[in-house]
Design a binder for this molecule. Structure first.
Ligand SMILES: NC(=O)c1ccc[n+]([C@@H]2O[C@H](COP(=O)([O-])OP(=O)(O)OC[C@H]3O[C@@H](n4cnc5c(N)ncnc54)[C@H](OP(=O)(O)O)[C@@H]3O)[C@@H](O)[C@H]2O)c1
Length: 305
């Protein structure tokens, strides 16, 4: 039995749908079981109809700029929360999959970041996510930490949704062209997460520890926006002309400096699971086609592969 924590967030909703589709038994929780409260976690685990053998934690404080003025809450959710979940997992004998981020790095690398590269977060969000990783490993060594980046999906605020909205509203938009990363569809990431569980049952158990997973290839936000526009226009998701122009990060001052380079090296997880990782552009077109086919249709589930 799987306990999916953060089941109402962008990634958590996507994962619920896939678990349901795969017939994998699970229970979800979100804010009603506060991850910063160890007693609430313990109580929930004890009341489960069947013992949890896996916990997947998709809950987090994810408002990157807001975190700068709200460090205490951010730390409660991104450090204390994962530490509590890991301790609870250990108590009940469950394995834990926890999600982390490219923001643990400072973005100064010139080659893709490997799992053992030194971390150096530049803001409160990245710092708390890094400390959350340490808390997980300290409290339950039977844990997997999956770092991902540039996530988008149907069930939350994200770059693709924002771009489609702005492109339908404005005649021109400017998008930063000096930050490079790998756009990642939540639908591909949740396949990976369930793949880790299935691999264990097929005797291809992944060694515990930290892994990187994003879609393959890398581009700037501007390149990504241009592709969203071209595909969106062809598929009727963007219904009018809109100029997409490059700009620098300096033109869009934010509280937290985003990593200029946040490409993650995925060799470790690819080799361990023997998987092929879809490229960002093949996945984007698939995602946009699904959106165009039937927005809001639950049965669409985004998994009609
Ligand atoms: N989005 C990205 O681009 C990105 C990139 C790299 C890594 N990640 C990581 O991926 C994971 C999933 O991200 P996401 O975008 O799906 O996040 P999300 O949409 O913000 O979902 C997080 C969920 O956690 C819930 N939550 C908040 N406080 C809680 C608490 N005290 N107890 C239990 N649940 C609580 C949130 O509820 P409310 O909505 O009511 O607050 C929300 O439903 C996170 O670990 C994030 O750091 C995300």
């Amino acid at each position: 039995m799987i306990w999916l924590i953060g089941n109402k967030g962008m990634l958590g909703t996507e994962l619920s749908l896939l678990l349901e589709k795969n017939g994998m038994a699970f229970t979800g929780s979100d804010r009603e079981v506060d991850i910063a409260n160890p007693a609430a976690l313990k109580d929930f685990a004890e009341k489960a109809v069947r013992p949890f053998t896996w916990i997947i934690n998709c809950a987090a404080y994810t408002a990157v700029d807001k975190a700068e003025d709200d460090a205490e809450t951010c730390r409660r959710l991104n450090v204390d929360g994962p530490g509590n979940i890991a301790a609870c997992a250990k108590d009940i004998g469950a394995r834990l999959i926890h999600i982390s981020t490219d923001y643990v790095f400072d973005g100064t690398n010139t080659r893709p970041y490997r799992e053992d590269d030194p971390t150096n977060p530049t803001g409160v969000y990245g710092l708390t996510k890094r400390d959350g990783e340490l808390a997980v490993l300290e409290h339950n060594p039977r844990s997997y930490i999956i770092r991902t980046a540039w996530l988008y999906g149907k069930h939350g605020n994200n770059f693709v949704a924002t771009m489609l909205r702005l492109m339908n509203e404005r005649d021109e938009i400017k998008v930063v062209d000096d930050q490079r990363g790998s756009p990642t569809w939540a639908g591909d990431l949740v396949e990976l997460l369930t793949g880790i569980i299935k691999a264990e049952h097929r005797d291809r158990k992944l060694p515990y520890g930290i892994y990187h997973y994003t879609n393959r290839g890398n581009i700037t936000w501007f390149d990504f926006a241009r592709e969203i526009y071209e595909d969106g226009r062809r598929l009727g998701l963007v219904t009018k002309d809109c100029g997409v122009k490059p700009c620098t990060s300096a033109e869009y001052p934010a509280k937290v400096k985003r990593p200029a380079y946040s490409v993650l090296d995925k060799t470790k997880i690819q080799a361990a699971l023997g998987i092929d990782i879809p490229t960002w552009d093949e996945t984007l077109i698939k995602y946009l086609r699904l959106l165009a086919q039937g927005q809001g249709l639950r049965e669409n589930l985004l998994y009609s592969k």
